[in-house]
Design a protein around this ligand. Structure first.
Ligand code: FO1
Length: 315
């Protein structure tokens, strides 16, 4: 069986632990298509938070408390940059993490595309599945905000980390998406998958930027396999992160039904055949979609693998 997962953020990384465990038991082949909208160029380095969260999490090197960056991290370079008064002071790169960005940036500068660089970085971390960026092209999520400096677009990380998503926001823009192409392998993987899973990632800033790459949404809508999504919202609140604030920006109710409705039924030009919601949201309905209620808390790998099994079997 072939499984493709569209994923981003820490929720996506943790979900992939369960997908990999499910694949180990069943012999399934997994491709993860990962969001790059959070990526940024900082101090001359290309930083890919979602690809790194997935790589470190699956490779056993992620910090379990923060969810991002490396475990047992040190912050010497951050301290030195602060001593020079270098901005942004609100976004910190750890020393170990910087090594990843140095390797990535060196390879990108030498002309390798991000998908090849990601494959090279993954040889160290052995994630146990194929890891693909949604695109090799520049695609950055920006938030259009209004404050005392007027209305302007700021990078997603400034919105998320510096402002903690607490700044009047009109909309999100996926800069570069129009001209971006799916990374090599993405469309083939979706087109030959038995099941496409939408991870319980933030639908607005993790999954939407993947789908904004021309060709990817269309490939999922037309996929010969089945498509199952897993709700990132339980009992009206995000499992982690700030999906509630992101959903408010686009005017979608923060509920399992709200996000299911945002993705929509494949039968009606949307994405979903099946929508998994938590048992506490058992009454949620999405027109045209087979809604199943199961335990959705990713408390450990076994529980997450059980969620994945439920999603795959339902699909
Ligand atoms: N999140 C923070 O809250 N503060 C940081 O200083 C920060 C630095 C950082 C560096 C590298 C990296 O890969 C992720 C980092 N994150 C940080 C997490 C990141 O902002 C977001 O959680 C993700 O982009 C959302 O998925």
């Amino acid at each position: 069986m072939r499984i493709v997962v569209l994923a981003g953020g820490i929720g996506g990384a943790r979900f992939l632990l369960g997908v990999r465990e499910y694949a180990r038991r069943t012999g399934a082949e997994v491709t993860a298509v990962v969001n790059v909208g959070d990526d940024l160029r900082l101090h001359g380095l290309q930083v890919c938070p979602d690809l790194d969260s997935v790589m470190y999490t699956l490779g056993g090197g992620a910090d379990p408390e923060r969810g991002w960056g490396r475990v047992d991290e040190t912050w010497t370079i951050r301290g030195e940059l602060a001593a020079y008064g270098v901005e942004p002071s609100w976004f910190g790169l750890g020393d170990k993490d910087i090594a990843t960005h140095l390797v990535r940036t060196t390879m990108l500068n030498a002309g390798y595309p991000l998908s090849i660089v990601t494959e090279a970085l993954a040889t160290r971390w052995e994630p146990g599945l194929r890891l693909l960026p949604a695109t090799d092209d520049r695609l950055e999520t920006h938030a259009v905000v209004t404050d005392d400096q007027g209305t302007r677009a700021i990078h997603f990380q400034e919105w998320w980390v510096r402002h903690r998503a607490e700044i009047p926001t009109d909309r999100f823009v996926f800069v570069g998406a129009d001209a971006a192409k799916p990374a090599p392998g993405v469309l083939d993987a979706i087109g030959s998958a038995d099941v496409v899973l939408l991870a319980p990632s933030n639908p607005v800033v993790s999954v939407a930027p993947i789908l904004a790459v021309p060709g990817i949404r269309e490939a999922v809508v037309a996929a010969p396999g089945r498509v199952a999504g897993v709700s990132p919202i339980i009992g009206g609140a995000p499992v982690r992160g700030m999906a509630d604030r992101c959903l408010a920006v686009i005017g979608v109710e923060c509920s399992a039904a709200g996000v299911g409705g945002l993705y929509g039924a494949r039968a009606e030009g949307g994405l979903l055949d099946t929508w998994l919601v938590d048992s506490t949201d058992a009454g949620a309905a999405v027109p045209g979609v087979d809604v199943r209620a199961v335990a959705l808390r990713m408390v450990d790998e076994a529980a997450t693998a059980a969620m994945v099994a439920a999603a795959v079997e339902a699909a």
